[in-house]
Design a protein around this ligand. Structure first.
Ligand SMILES: [Zn+2]
Ligand SMILES: [Zn+2]
Length: 320
């Protein structure tokens, strides 16, 4: 009976992440935090399905326009994740108005990395407990766990509203956070419609709805997910440590390129509330350049700088 309830619980929560039809199965006791966290295999099914759907590429083929849309969706959503899910919602490292806050929350949500409040609540806790027992995605609990195991366990499933009270007051954010399958579904559907329209009105482009769906949504989303996950896994194991932070965070230029600046993760753990993570001119941080550009138009403002003291501390550490 419990197994059946569990299946019901998991299935309903694919659509309404805050539903608790059988809450006795999901209530967390305080001991759970120090126990090894168990992968919930039923929760893995959609994640696995998204990966397997990429294999349909052998059925739909490719076209230059499909590859371009795939790359565009990757970089656009990477920016929304790094600049907004991370630097804005998790760290409040700059300001924007409610309209742009919602627009970028929606673009971020289309990456299928769950809602902005869920993402930011876990990330805030990562900074408090990084690489300690309570850090849910420390590579100390295994590389694959930190990469893509942690978010499948029950402890990771809920949004902890106690650490995200500042954003919980916006009903539009709470809505896309609760029904977190909605925006990815609409994104995938729009891409399909776009492909069908191109097929009808511009047949010389040699594309169609199915091709656009597989390349523009599925392949792009899977690539984006794993690129994002490297910050939790590789950026705590591979790279240089400029600052003696209490965690194992690293600076890695390759991951900084791939993730539009997030690879300067040791810098980030040293001073998390600055809008830039590449602290020096030679540390490429494309998210920051785009934020700077957007600030010229007033779309974002009050970008928090890195204090001079920390810049000098880093230069000093590089010398020694
Ligand atoms: Zn970290
Ligand atoms: Zn952070």
């Amino acid at each position: 009976m419990n197994a059946l309830k569990q299946l019901g619980n998991n299935t309903i929560r694919w659509f309404d992440s805050e539903a608790e039809p059988f809450s006795e199965l999901t209530s967390q006791n305080t001991d759970i935090k120090v126990e090894p966290r168990k992968i919930n295999w039923q929760r893995v099914i959609p994640f696995l399905a998204v990966h397997l759907t990429c294999l349909c590429v052998f059925l739909v083929g490719w076209s230059p326009v499909a590859i371009i849309v795939c790359l565009a969706m990757f970089w656009l959503r990477m920016f929304a994740i790094t600049a907004f899910y991370h630097r804005y919602f998790s760290h409040r490292s700059f300001k924007t108005n409610r309209f742009w806050q919602f627009i970028f929350a929606v673009i971020g949500a289309s990456a299928a990395q769950r809602g902005p409040l869920w993402w930011a609540s876990h990330h805030r806790k990562h900074h408090i407990h990084s690489d300690e027992a309570n850090d849910l995605h420390s590579p100390k609990n295994g590389f694959w766990w930190s990469h893509m195991g942690w978010f499948t366990c029950e402890e990771a499933f809920k949004t902890d509203y106690s650490v995200i009270k500042d954003w919980a007051k916006f009903p539009e954010l709470r809505f896309i956070n609760r029904f977190d399958i909605l925006v990815p579904f609409l994104c995938a559907t729009s891409l399909f419609i776009l492909g069908e329209m191109l097929n009808t009105f511009k047949p010389s482009l040699n594309t169609n709805g199915w091709q656009m769906l597989i390349w523009g949504f599925f392949i792009s989303t899977v690539a984006l997910a794993h690129a994002t996950f490297t910050i939790n896994s590789l950026c705590h194991t591979w790279g240089k440590r400029r600052f003696e932070t209490k965690d194992d965070s690293r600076n890695n230029p390759y991951l900084a390129i791939l993730t539009l600046g997030e690879g300067w993760h040791n810098n980030h753990h040293r001073y998390a509330i600055s809008a830039r993570q590449g602290f020096y001119w030679w540390e490429i941080d494309i998210s920051y350049y785009i934020l700077k550009f957007l600030s010229w138009f007033g779309i974002v403002y009050d970008l928090r700088p890195v204090p001079k003291k920390i810049i000098l501390e880093g230069i000093d550490n590089d010398r020694n």
